[in-house]
Design a protein around this ligand. Structure first.
Ligand code: ADP
Length: 231
């Protein structure tokens, strides 16, 4: 059996830390760290839609902005939105949308900003886990928390939470997954690469099980925020 580069077991995620309430001026905010990957999310709203023609009389619109700090990767990243961050902003928004009761907030917008302070793979998943805590912190009505992690197929083994070194292995398949643990619903499943069908099933099962563990960390972070602020 091949060991993983950092000695983890196939079903072992990197160490996780989560904190709710990290940006004072946001309506809701959170930090989610998994291994060396760190995401900070700030939520603003619900508030008026600008420009007004984007307004929906029936429900709120979600707007999501993902960005990676210049110093988040070993080679300095050019600041500002690029194709990758525009696509990931959409992917993150779509993974969160099923959890939000958007009809509670007609004619309004909810803005979600997620910054990647440090990147070692799995940034879209860390962004989703951080953003869903920030939405809850903002008091937005939600069906469930969204928990997210990537699973994959590395050196013919199904593993959870690939780091950059594993992602870069030739022939690796990467599957970012987001999940609503109480509803038992997958809200994001991307597949970058190829793998046998039975292995894919195994990977999805490992991913949802791991999301349940992330959910516990998110819930604890939300409870801790409530306990210390005394609100
Ligand atoms: P994800 O971060 O969700 O896995 P990608 O597959 O696009 O998304 O990126 C994988 C990893 O590659 C990132 O987490 C980061 O560690 C690294 N990476 C992405 N963009 C850059 C970049 N411009 N420069 C250096 N590393 C990058």
């Amino acid at each position: 059996m091949s060991e993983r580069p950092d000695g983890r077991k196939f079903d072992e995620m990197r160490p996780i830390e989560a904190k709710v309430g990290v940006i004072e001026q946001a309506d809701g905010s959170a930090m989610f760290k998994i291994g060396k990957t760190i995401a900070i999310a700030g939520v603003y709203g619900p508030k008026q839609v600008h420009p007004k023609h984007l307004e929906d009389p029936e429900k709120a619109i979600l707007r999501c902005y993902y960005d990676m700090y210049s110093f988040s990767v070993p080679e300095r990243e050019r600041p500002g939105p690029d194709r990758r961050s525009i696509e990931l902003s959409m992917v993150i928004k779509n993974a969160l949308l099923p959890a939000v009761f958007v009809k509670e907030y007609p004619k309004s917008q909810i803005e979600i900003f997620v910054s990647i302070i440090q990147a070692d793979a799995g940034t879209r998943c860390a962004a989703i886990s951080a953003a869903s805590m920030a939405l809850a912190d903002a008091g937005i009505a939600m069906k469930d928390i969204v928990s997210s992690v990537a699973v994959g197929h590395v050196n013919n083994k199904v593993v959870v939470d690939l780091n950059k070194e594993e992602e870069d292995v030739e022939g690796t398949t990467d599957i970012p997954l987001a999940y609503m643990p109480r509803m038992k619903k997958i809200t994001l499943l991307q597949l970058d690469g190829k793998m046998p069908k039975d292995k894919l099933r195994e990977a999805i099962a490992l991913g949802t099980k791991s999301c349940e563990k992330i959910y516990e960390v998110q819930k604890k972070a939300l409870k801790d925020r409530y306990n210390t602020s005394g609100e």
